[in-house]
Design a protein around this ligand. Structure first.
Ligand SMILES: *Cc1c(COP(=O)(O)O)cnc(C)c1O
Length: 233
């Protein structure tokens, strides 16, 4: 019950933020981030109409996918891997997900393309950009993005969809918008050199309105749907 109510509230928030920004609510899709929550929570969200789920931890995600499949073989869900990918863990990501959001190295992208099974459509890719400078280690530096994007766009079993960022947390809406503006501008710069993409994966529970105002097409929402995470379990 709680999850279904939360989903409704989040969808209402997204719709309102989109309208306020003069955008179609349908242009923003909701990725439900289910990390640390069990398969029952995923099934509950799926029964309330949610189809796309995001996971950060590979082992947890693979076990959850199997458990969900066993509980409800009829559900066709889209799984997005949103965590960092180590180079020795690319194969399960290539085999068991529809999207990877945090690709920031060519080596990882090459392996994902080589390991993507022939019978699956190309793996959708977002390049994670480091929009917070020194404060963060993950993500490609903005200046190195064009070279990486060019390389990834040329890989046969990947489809470069766009950019993803996890900015440093900020409380006030103006500060929240800055890194999202940067990500949108970087997407435009790629388009200007012939690399067209359709996705900005940005915005989490605490900053989704700011992200939508700046053009997010996928918001990744965990806490506002499933509640607070307990990492001790
Ligand atoms: C955990 C996580 C989220 C969801 O964060 P909430 O604040 O719970 O909405 C989104 N994106 C990434 C990459 C995450 O790791």
């Amino acid at each position: 019950m709680a999850i279904s109510n939360n989903l409704q509230e989040v969808r209402a928030l997204i719709d309102r933020a989109a309208r306020e920004a003069g955008r179609e609510p349908a242009s923003v899709s909701l990725l439900a981030v289910s990390k640390t929550f069990g398969p029952e929570a995923v099934v509950e969200a799926a029964e309330a109409g949610q189809r796309a789920f995001g996971e950060n931890y590979l082992q947890e995600a693979l076990e959850k996918q199997q458990a969900v499949q066993a509980l409800r073989p009829d559900l066709a869900l889209d799984w997005h891997f949103i965590g960092p990918i180590q180079s020795n863990k690319t194969r399960p990501v290539a085999e068991h997900f529809a999207w990877a959001h945090a690709v920031d190295r060519e080596k990882i992208a090459r392996r994902l393309s080589e390991q993507r099974p022939a019978d699956l459509p190309p793996l959708n890719i977002c390049l994670q950009v480091n929009v917070s400078g020194e404060a963060s280690k993950s993500g490609v530096a903005p200046g190195e993005l064009p070279v990486l994007a060019q390389a990834v766009a040329g890989l046969p079993k990947l489809r470069l969809r766009g950019l993803m960022a996890i900015p440093e947390p900020a409380d006030d809406p103006e500060a929240q918008r800055k890194p999202f503006v940067l990500l949108r501008e970087l997407q435009q710069q790629l388009a200007a050199i012939g690399i067209a993409t359709d996705t900005l994966s940005m915005g989490m529970s605490s900053d989704m309105q700011a992200a939508i105002a700046e053009g997010a097409t996928i918001v990744r929402i965990g806490t506002a749907i499933f509640g607070k995470r307990d990492y001790s379990r």
